[in-house]
Ligand binder design. Structure first.
Ligand code: HEM
Length: 187
């Protein structure tokens, strides 16, 4: 995974839990890279898994909760760092539909060694968008966090329903996003 995914993770840990915890999880994880990440480098995604496990042990928060929080945080950073992807976007669905065939394609041009997931889309009706996540890496929770960050960013009333397609390892999940009518959302 790209270094920025690691540097942003450690920044989030520092912000939310303090620098001592950030330092401890790096020290205790015995990472092949030594934890000295640079945003342009590329590192084994298992280092991320190891650090999330260590953070879970330290904080008592479960791994899915931490991965979702991290995805949500990273979405805010993507917004700041890659603002061009947010230009001329009409709303949440418009943005999300562009990830697989545009945003991640551009990301790969910038970083040819990026490890990106695949999204398949279904459009059952105007109010519903289905995104099927599949990856070689077990980051369905991370994807859900990114989706949560995206919904928060656009501020529309949309619910996420998740169905794990490969329950054992988090590499495949179906996310169904449904627009909630304003009258229902207000109840
Ligand atoms: C401006 C928006 C976005 C940008 C610039 C972006 C870019 C990136 C980058 C740079 C990576 C890391 C690649 C690597 O480490 O090698 C990544 C990974 C990933 N992205 Fe995106 N992304 C965006 C939006 C999203 C959204 C909204 C989702 C959620 C559905 C998503 C799902 C993922 C997942 C789950 C990964 C982790 C790799 C994996 O699961 O295999 N991305 N993305």
């Amino acid at each position: 995974m790209k270094g920025m995914v690691f540097t942003e993770f450690l920044e989030m840990v520092e912000d939310k839990f303090g620098w001592e915890i950030a330092e401890d999880i790096v020290d205790e994880s015995d990472l092949p890279s030594g934890g000295a990440y640079t945003s342009v480098g590329t590192y084994d995604h298992n280092e991320m898994v190891t650090m999330v496990v260590a953070l879970s042990e330290k904080t008592g928060l479960d791994i899915p909760t931490l991965l979702k929080a991290y995805g949500k945080h990273l979405f805010g950073r993507f917004n700041a760092l890659y603002s061009t992807f947010f230009e001329d976007v009409s709303g949440t669905f418009d943005f999300l539909k562009s990830i697989d065939q545009y945003i991640h394609v551009e990301v790969r041009k910038l970083y040819p060694d990026a490890e990106l997931p695949k999204f398949d889309y279904e459009y059952p009706n105007d109010e519903t968008l289905v995104m099927i996540y599949s990856s070689k890496r077990p980051f369905a929770d991370f994807a859900e966090g990114l989706l949560m960050g995206c919904l928060e960013h656009f501020g529309e009333s949309i619910e996420i329903h998740r169905e794990d397609l490969n329950e054992a390892n988090g590499t495949e999940a179906k996310f169904t996003l449904v627009k909630v009518p304003e009258s229902v959302a207000a109840d």
